[in-house]
Write a protein that binds this ligand. Structure first.
Ligand code: BGC
Length: 252
C-alpha cells in the first residue's frame, strides 16, 4: 500500500509516495526550496508541484512546522509566515490538490510516529521523546508507543532564552559554534527535558542526526539512553503518509 507524504520544512518542501509496508520511500523524493516568505499560498503551490511531480492522486499526508489541531488547523508558525496561524491547512491544500484527502500534522510528531513504528523506537515502551534539531527544535512525546501530539518542547525556556534559539542546528550555524560548544548547549537542554519527563529514551532527529558521532559522544550526565534517529531525513515524509493512511482508514 502506498500513500503520499510531504514534509514542509524551513528550507525545503520534499515528498514522495511511501511504501507503508516497508516504512520507506517507494521512489526517490522530490524537493523544492521553501519559498521566502513561506506564506500559505506560496507553500501550497510548492506542495502541489511536489505531488504533481509523481502524477499522484489519492490521500496525501503533510507535515507542518507548528502546532496542528484536528489534523487540519494550524495554531502556531514559529519559523514560517504567521499568515498560517488559524488557517485550515487541510482545506487549503485539499483544494489546491484537486480535492484530494489531506491530513496535516506537526513535523516532529510525524517523524516520531515513523521512528516508533519503523525505526529506533520500535517496540519501546515507557516514555520516549524524539527531538528534531533543525531550523527549530521539534518534539514528539510517546507513552507506551502512543503519541501525545503538539508538545512543542523546543520552546521551553533555557537560561532565559527560547531553547530552540540556543540548541537548534540553526543556532549552531548562525553563531558558528564548535561541536563541543553546541553539544554543551544540547546537553543542558536534554537535562532540562529529562528533569520534566524522565524519559527512558531520547531519539535525536533532524538532518544533524547524520552527524551524531560528532556530538552525541560529547554529551554527558543524561540518565536516559540517547540514540540518533534511523530514518534520517525521510522520517517526516513517512510519518505524514502513515497519518494520512490512518485517517483514510486504509490501515490501522
Ligand atoms: C515549532 C514546532 C516544530 C519545530 C521543528 C518549532 O519552532 O514550534 O512546531 O515542530 O520548530 O520544525
Amino acid at each position: 500500500m502506498q500513500i503520499f507524504g510531504v514534509d514542509i520544512g524551513g528550507s525545503g518542501i520534499k515528498g514522495a509516495p511511501v511504501d507503508l509496508d516497508r516504512g520507506d520511500l517507494a521512489e526517490p523524493r522530490h524537493k523544492v526550496l521553501t519559498p521566502q516568505p513561506a506564506t500559505p499560498e506560496s507553500v501550497a503551490d510548492c506542495v502541489k508541484e511536489v505531488v504533481d511531480h509523481f502524477g499522484w492522486s489519492g490521500p496525501v499526508g503533510v507535515t507542518f512546522p507548528g502546532v496542528v489541531t484536528g489534523h487540519s488547523t494550524i495554531r502556531t508558525a514559529a519559523n514560517v509566515s504567521k499568515d498560517w496561524v488559524d488557517m485550515d491547512a487541510r482545506a487549503l491544500l485539499g483544494e489546491r490538490l484537486g480535492g484530494a484527502p489531506v491530513t496535516v500534522l506537526n513535523d516532529a510528531d510525524a517523524a516520531g510516529v515513523a521512528e516508533m513504528h519503523f525505526g529506533v523506537g520500535k517496540g519501546r515502551e515507557g516514555t520516549v521523546i524524539l527531538l528534531t534539531l533543525g531550523t527549530g527544535i521539534g518534539s514528539a512525546l510517546f507513552i507506551d508507543g502512543r503519541l501525545v501530539p503538539n508538545t512543542e518542547l523546543g520552546h521551553l525556556e533555557l537560561h532565559g532564552h527560547d531553547a530552540e534559539k540556543r540548541a537548534s542546528t540553526k543556532a549552531r550555524d548562525d553563531e558558528q559554534l564548535s561541536w563541543e560548544h553546541w553539544a554543551h548547549r544540547v546537553q543542558k537542554y536534554l537535562a532540562h527535558v529529562e528533569m520534566l519527563f524522565s524519559p527512558e529514551l531520547f531519539i535525536i532527529g533532524g538532518g544533524v542526526s547524520r552527524k551524531a558521532q560528532k556530538f552525541l559522544p560529547l554529551i554527558e550526565g543524561i540518565r536516559a539512553e540517547i540514540v540518533p534517529a534511523e530514518l534520517l531525513n525521510n522520517a517526516g515524509i513517512v510519518g505524514a503518509a502513515m497519518a494520512a493512511s490512518q485517517e483514510a482508514g486504509v490501515r490501522g
